[in-house]
Design a protein around this ligand. Sequence first.
Ligand code: ADP
Length: 168
Amino acid sequence: MIFIYPGSFDPVTLGHVDLMTRGAKLADKLIVAVLDNPHKQPLFSIEERMDLLRDAVKDIGNIEVTAFSGLLTRFTNERGVSVILRGLRDGEDYISEARYAWFNRFLGGDVETIFLPASPAFSQVSSRIVREIAAYAAPAQDGVSDPLLQWVTPKTAAVLRSKFMTKG
Ligand code: ADP
């Protein structure tokens, strides 16, 4: 079965990587799809987000990274996707995710949503928190490694740091 894991991934975190690793084991193929949402002002472009995702999942064989815009169920129908994969960190995630799951089933016919619980090590991590750490917390210093490395890949940490350095 083909699964899809849609999201903003602005940027990808180790919480996302954990979910993709676990989801890919359940699927024949997992499509990781970056949503091009005209209503959001992302920090990273679509190309940057796909590039960081590809690097993060390079060791997993059955993952394809792509982008989509518009209705998710139009894309799932085009690509023959039967399962939408989403992660649940807490009850708040559940409330919004359950709504989307019903909505996508209503619009997409057969498509079902499967939720995986966040692993405890990553249940507090979000792209937003990671962006804030990059903006305000000091990078590696005095032999102490960059705190960002607890939550993102080395490549994502480097790109995040360079974004905030050029922004002053
Ligand atoms: P969105 O902006 O659509 O919420 P995200 O990229 O933040 O997109 O999240 C995509 C999916 O990954 C969502 O289902 C979200 O609940 C899940 N997710 C985000 N962070 C984590 C995490 N740390 N652990 C597990 N799942 C997560």
